[in-house]
Design a protein around this ligand. Structure first.
Ligand code: HPA
Length: 236
């Protein structure tokens, strides 16, 4: 395909596996490759957005950072799906709890992703699009998280465009609609996957709570991150 390398990814055709795990942070991508993958090779490093491909339990898997926010994951997921023949993208990230039953370190699997972003306007739909996860990936993730005994919830995420929101009522309004947790990427990923008939899932661990104001320590973040990586690698 003549579209590669892209402006944002310097890899060659075939450098990525069919499934790519996407943490937000490039250093997390490096950590996953070094800690969990065998024979990992660096396939991209444009802007320090590291992409690595290796194997996990004999399966070929890639990991590349998404950066923060919908414009960023929008670019990387589009290029991976359209130009690198990737079939599945699994976002692994942190989220802020909006639901009262979610505690720090719990896992939220995003069955859907509401958003306050304008990302969907490009599709010129005559209504409101409901971004959803791949049922196949979701079902497998639930099976794995059940077997791990980690507390989890499945439902709607809110992918927000604004981290420091001036409107203090925002949380309460989404809570009324049963939204579980806020992050900043899933909705764009789900829309890009839908538009090209591919599969996506967002698995998040709760790093802070909009309900209680609690936040994780660095150590807690690391160990819950490891749990999330294991779920994603098992379903890859
Ligand atoms: N807002 C948006 N994204 C997040 C948050 C949050 O509170 N916590 C973790 N990711």
């Amino acid at each position: 395909m003549s579209n590669t390398p892209t402006p944002h990814i310097a890899a060659k055709q075939g450098d990525f596996a069919k499934t790519v795990l996407m943490p937000g942070d490039p250093l997390r991508a490096k950590y996953i490759a070094e800690t969990f993958l065998e024979d990992a090779v660096l396939v991209n490093n444009v802007r320090g957005v590291q992409g690595h491909t290796g194997t996990y339990k004999g399966k070929r898997v890639s990991v590349m950072a998404s950066g923060m926010g919908m414009p960023s994951i929008g670019i990387y997921s589009y290029e991976l799906f359209h130009f690198y023949d990737v079939d599945n993208i699994i976002r692994i990230g942190t989220a802020g709890a909006m639901h009262k039953d979610l505690k720090i370190r719990d896992v939220v699997i995003g069955m859907g992703a509401c958003t306050d972003s304008n990302f969907a306007s490009q599709f010129q739909l005559p209504g409101t699009y409901a971004p959803i996860a791949s049922y196949e990936l979701l079902r497998k993730a639930v099976d794995v998280v059940e077997s791990m005994g980690t507390h989890y919830m499945v439902g709607n995420l809110l992918s927000g465009d604004v981290f420091y929101n001036d409107n203090e009522r925002t949380t309460e309004l989404w809570q009324k609609m049963g939204v579980l947790a806020i992050e900043m990427e899933a909705a764009a990923l789900y829309m890009n996957a839908a538009r090209c008939g591919k599969n996506a899932l967002a698995i998040c661990t709760i790093s802070d709570s909009m309900v209680t104001g609690e936040a994780t320590t660095a150590e807690e973040r690391q160990s819950s991150f490891n749990d999330m990586v294991k779920i994603a690698l098992e379903i890859a």
